[in-house]
Design a binder for this molecule. Structure first.
Ligand SMILES: *[C@@H]1O[C@H](CO)[C@@H](O)[C@H](O)[C@H]1NC(C)=O
Ligand SMILES: *[C@@H]1O[C@H](CO)[C@@H](O)[C@H](O)[C@H]1NC(C)=O
Length: 611
């Protein structure tokens, strides 16, 4: 693995010798945080500085400026510092802390003939503040109390439900509402498999494996992003690896999230179509559909957002903890109601509270559209495929048009180290296209289309292995094609005219969603192959059912591991995998209680009430 990486990296190396590079000042630096704030009079500041040369002729500075021009390099004329101002520069007469920080940094800069001016002060913390923080019990504020009360209430209901279920034994008839809160009953549901059940449902078994696979990719990519937003000890490694095709698998691979949307819209329409065989579906069932979805998603979702807005900052500490975790927690608090109504990707979209929640917002928005459309088309099945096909093509054109009009780009064009460091802050392509509902419309329509095709074929009594030879070949090749398509981003991003970029936005969505649909179609209808066997393995079932909890939790778990580091972190491929492994392990462990005590009981309880 590392040999491969070295090969890839060395081919992409920048034309700068190691000797020249070593003259650049260190990009990120952190002094010892705890020691600093343990001493009376201690002052610790974190911020970024813009540097300029003191002398007119400054060869190193010229080199740094030239190096920074390349978008895949960090901007080396900005330095990031966490200084223990008190021990570095002594106690000064200056009382303005930000001026003191700047003067202190300039004392370092004099050695290299650089002038440093404070670009952004993140925070300054003094011994007295830290002492007060550690030694006084701050009273809890309202949101924190509410969060704790909710947790206690949930535990209480679970206790009652479980006790009721266990005490009554298996013989007697039990209240369905109370049993939905029983831990035993929910556990059995979590580990159940449908292998001997309804063949229509067991045909969908591979879905769980696909979910686990996609969730792992998501966690892995986010481990990289989270490391990239921290101070990095070896920025050159990142600068070089972003140019290599290996990383393209991650950047461009994030588009694989569309797979989830194809799948979720497929399941939505397919389940509705199955229901239409026994009940007559009417438009007035729409609120019921939406309510059921909300009952499934909202409890876990809001509980984790609520945690992030209240107790997350207290989990750990460190020099960058305030700028990364405490700042994000403040956004969660500010945007809580936008999150609750699933419009967080439309309102104040540049500010992220748990970045993955954009997906749940898009999913909910498209769910409403998808269920309305399916209910409408349920009685007009003869035209359904034509309507959905036309909508799919229009959504592609819409995205191409919007991209052209507003100069929005696909992720490959703007996944630079600087942008990742800032979590794509102020990148309209991210907040207005990547995380927007219109950006995912094609995936939604193709999912609905696939559900109709699959359903019609089953109605006509299609036997497995009846699917055409060509479709089967394409299906077998699809994963390979997807990998090549993702890799081709390395080459395609060289073409950056506005017209091509807009075309690529549409093309990317089309290729991804069509191949995702093809893979699903093949898994449900085709003969078995390794991919299908693997995805349908029963071991994935329980893990697949925990996907929502995992999606919500992994960001908090990963930041708690990574953002409390006391020094800039060494970042290599292996380190990212280590963070991924730790995050994945703890996340799935925590997802078990979250799924059993929150998601399943509330969903069952509400379904029981409305049916
Ligand atoms: C680097 O940062 C400085 C200061 O913010 C800015 O003036 C300059 O334009 C940036 N360079 C590049 C290439 O973005
Ligand atoms: C400290 O100095 C900076 C720069 O002169 C100024 O913008 C800031 O308001 C001052 N802060 C305080 C607390 O006086």
């Amino acid at each position: 693995m590392s040999v491969l990486v070295l090969l890839l990296v060395s081919t992409a190396a920048h034309g700068l010798s190691d000797e020249e590079y070593s003259r650049f000042p260190r990009l990120f630096h952190l002094d010892d945080y705890d020691t600093c704030l343990s001493q009376p009079g201690g002052l610790y500041c974190v911020g970024s500085f813009h540097i300029t040369p003191v002398t007119p002729e400054h060869p190193t500075y010229e080199l740094m400026k030239e190096y920074s021009e390349h978008p895949s390099n960090f901007n080396r004329t900005v330095l990031y510092r966490g200084y223990c101002v008190s021990s570095r520069c002594g106690t000064a007469s200056e009382t303005n802390t930000s001026l003191r920080f700047e003067q202190c940094a300039n004392r370092w800069g004099e050695k290299y003939a650089f002038r440093l001016s404070l670009q952004k002060l993140q925070y300054c913390r003094s011994f007295a503040q830290e002492f007060a923080r550690k030694n006084t019990q701050e009273p809890m504020d309202e949101p924190q109390k509410i969060f704790l009360s909710v947790v206690c209430a949930l535990l209480f209901f679970n206790f009652i439900g479980t006790a009721y279920d266990l005490l009554l034994g298996d013989e007697r008839k039990k209240s369905k509402h109370l049993v939905s809160w029983s831990l035993r009953s929910n556990w059995n549901r979590l580990i159940a498999t449908y292998e001997d059940g309804d063949p229509r449902l067991s045909a969908l078994n591979p879905v769980q494996g696909v979910r686990v696979f996609l969730m792992s990719l998501t966690i892995l990519t986010h481990s990289g992003v989270i490391r990239g937003s921290f101070y990095v000890f070896n920025p050159r490694f990142i600068e070089e690896i972003v140019k290599s095709p290996l990383l393209m698998l991650f950047f461009n691979g994030t588009t694989l999230i569309q797979f989830f949307l194809v799948m979720s819209n497929f399941l939505l329409a397919y389940n509705l179509l199955l229901a239409s065989k026994t009940h007559e579906l009417k438009f007035k069932h729409l609120p019921l559909c939406i309510l059921k979805r909300i009952a499934r998603i909202t409890p876990v979702y809001l509980l984790v957002v609520g945690y992030s807005a209240t107790w997350w900052p207290y989990a750990r500490s460190g020099p960058l903890w305030p700028t990364l975790v405490e700042a994000e927690s403040a956004i969660c608090r500010k945007k809580f109601w936008f999150q609750a109504f699933f419009i967080n990707n439309l309102v104040q979209a540049e500010e992220h509270c748990l970045v993955q929640t954009w997906f749940l917002a898009v999913d909910m928005q498209l769910y409403i559209l998808g269920s309305a459309l399916t209910l409408y088309l349920a009685s007009r099945r003869d035209i359904a495929l034509k309507v959905l096909g036309a909508l799919f093509v229009s959504s592609l054109l819409l995205n191409a048009g919007l991209s052209y009009a507003f100069d929005w780009q696909a992720l490959v064009y703007f996944a630079t180290p600087e942008n990742i460091r800032n979590m794509y802050l102020n990148v309209p392509s991210f907040s207005r296209l990547y995380t927007s509902p219109w950006g995912s419309l094609p995936a939604c329509f193709i999912g609905l289309f696939l559900a109709h095709v699959h359903f019609e074929l089953q109605e006509k009594g299609l036997k497995k292995r009846d699917i055409s030879f060509v479709v089967n070949i394409l299906y077998q090749l699809a994963p390979l094609v997807l990998v090549f398509w993702v890799l081709s981003g390395t080459w395609l991003r060289e073409f950056s005219t506005r017209g091509f970029v807009a075309f690529y936005v549409a093309l990317e969505r089309m290729v991804f969603s069509c191949f995702c649909a093809l893979i699903l179609f093949g898994m449900f209808n085709g003969g078995s192959n390794m991919l299908k066997e693997f995805s349908a393995w029963r071991g994935w079932h329980a893990m697949g059912r925990m996907s929502l909890s995992v999606l919500m939790l992994h960001w908090c778990v990963n930041t708690i591991i990574a953002h409390s580091r006391l020094q800039p972190s060494t970042t290599t491929v292996l380190d990212v995998f280590a963070d991924f492994a730790a995050t994945g392990f703890y996340t799935y462990l925590l997802a078990i209680p979250l799924t059993l005590l929150v998601e399943m009981p509330i969903q069952r309880f509400i379904s029981g009430l409305i049916l």
